[in-house]
Design a protein around this ligand. Structure first.
Ligand SMILES: *Cc1c(COP(=O)(O)O)cnc(C)c1O
Length: 453
């Protein structure tokens, strides 16, 4: 009988994160200070983030960054995560391809985000920080950070987009259970919030506003830092534990993937599984394909442009060199809330520009069809975000079948969907639609950006 799961022992939790920048032939271009247009230094970031994280953000030389023991101890709660052979899905598709997935949904908050939340809370604590802030949309990042903050004895304030605060009450309860203070954004607790509420008393909030509030609170509170759950280089760095474990587990399975797939929001779970494998290509010229699966309604990698843009809607962050649809882009309200981000992290963007990665766009209905087949054949209800990776993996497996070829496919299951059942309800009721973005709208949006490069 074929082995279903490949399990590592706690001793095999990686000792170091992999910093791919050290191995990149073309380093990512520097983020710029928006006022001076000068390259940003780690010191410029110190007022906002913990110092160690600022250094990691701009580290272009060390390929390996040691994981502190305190962080590895916390990882033991759920790591190493299983690598699973999707035998049920293979059978349902009647494909000669072998499909594996790395199951990050087993984390106590149900997604990969805890890998970075724990590291970020640890470095804040180590520096003597007492309070941290963040924003959350659908609530996955806020949930992960709440657990991490409690573990290291930090007070956490989460600005949650008001519409999600009311529509996703369970992620809010998770955060509150871990002791976080959750504030519906816009709120009266910041200048940014008060300004918007005075002008638009019924405004239901946006990620951009929530970011502004969280940063303002961090900057105006002593011993308080801000944290972010995706997009930034240090977040991708922490997520490489996914791929480093998967690398060993694929060896246990006696196989090597032809293609590695992950869904793509800001890029952290994709980087996490893909970068350790891409290292074999960069260092040893190994043949491997890496595929980012993004929503057709938010196609920054396939249809965006590579240029400097703001990381947030309001234009407060440094300017980042990235594939973007424009920070003023308002994505359709799809259920994969974690993938509704206008840009891609700077490392992934440079690698895409240099031809090291591919991207595919997936329609919303195809993701739910794939999710349902996966649930019925593998027994796990996936997060709407992760379902983009599943849909892309299914496409690869069906292509292998058509060509009558063996193919080894590895994808990342970034999270489960048990708190997203409203989305499944709407799919089952036939109420979901696709939102493809017309090229004309993308062009219009991008033409409004300042041309900096
Ligand atoms: C946040 C989230 C994503 C998207 O974020 P990335 O930084 O692109 O990984 C994907 N899947 C799940 C389950 C998430 O919570």
């Amino acid at each position: 009988m074929a082995t279903k799961k490949f399990i590592l022992s706690e001793k095999e939790i990686p000792q170091a994160w992999y910093n791919i920048v050290a191995d990149m032939p073309h380093k990512p271009m520097s983020p710029l200070n928006p006022a001076t247009k000068k390259p940003l230094t780690a010191e410029d970031l110190y007022p906002i983030f913990a110092e160690e994280l600022c250094k990691q953000e701009l580290n272009a030389t060390d390929a390996w960054i040691e994981i502190p023991d305190e962080v590895r101890d916390m990882y033991k709660i759920w790591r190493p995560t299983p690598l699973v052979r999707a035998l049920g899905l293979e059978k349902a598709l009647d494909t000669p391809a072998h499909i594996y997935f790395k199951n990050e949904s087993v984390s106590p908050v149900g997604s990969h985000k805890l890998n970075s939340a724990i590291a970020q809370a640890y470095y804040c604590k180590k520096q003597g920080v007492t309070n941290i802030t963040t924003e959350t949309g659908a609530g996955q990042w806020g949930a992960a950070l709440s657990l991490a903050a409690k573990a290291f004895g930090l007070e956490l304030a989460v600005y949650m987009v008001k519409v999600s605060y009311h529509q996703k009450p369970y992620r809010r309860s998770i955060m509150q259970t871990f002791g976080a203070q959750v504030i519906a954004s816009p709120s009266m607790s910041t200048k940014a919030g008060r300004k918007i509420l005075t002008e638009h008393p019924n405004y239901q909030g946006s990620l951009g506003t929530a970011i502004s509030e969280a940063i303002e609170l961090a900057m105006s509170t002593p011993n308080c830092k801000y944290t972010l759950g995706s997009v930034l280089n240090h977040v991708s760095l922490h997520q490489t534990v996914i791929g480093l474990e998967a690398e060993k587990q694929m060896e246990m399975a006696g196989e090597y993937p032809d293609v590695v797939i992950a869904c793509f929001g800001g890029g952290s779970n994709f980087s996490g599984i893909a970068f350790p494998f891409l290292r074999h290509k960069l260092r040893d010229g190994k043949e491997i394909r890496l595929v980012a699966a993004e929503p057709a309604s938010c196609p920054k990698l396939t249809k965006g442009v590579f240029q400097y843009d703001f990381g947030d809607e309001a234009g407060y962050t440094p300017l980042l060199p990235m594939y973007t649809l424009g920070h003023n882009f308002a994505p359709a309200n799809i259920h994969a809330g974690g993938l509704r981000y206008h840009g891609a992290g700077t490392i992934v963007s440079q690698l895409k520009k240099d031809g090291y990665l591919e991207a595919v766009d997936i329609d919303q209905l195809d993701t739910f069809k794939a999710a349902t087949l996966f649930a019925q054949s593998e027994g796990i209800i996936p997060a709407p975000e992760s379902s983009h990776a599943i849909a892309a993996a299914i496409q690869e497996a069906l292509k292998a079948k058509e060509e009558g070829k063996k193919r080894c496919i590895l994808f990342n299951l970034s999270g489960h969907g048990l708190i997203d059942m409203t989305a499944y309800d709407q799919y089952l009721a036939g109420d979901l639609v696709n939102y493809s973005l017309p090229d004309s709208e993308i062009e219009k949006n991008i033409s409004e950006l300042d041309k900096i490069i």
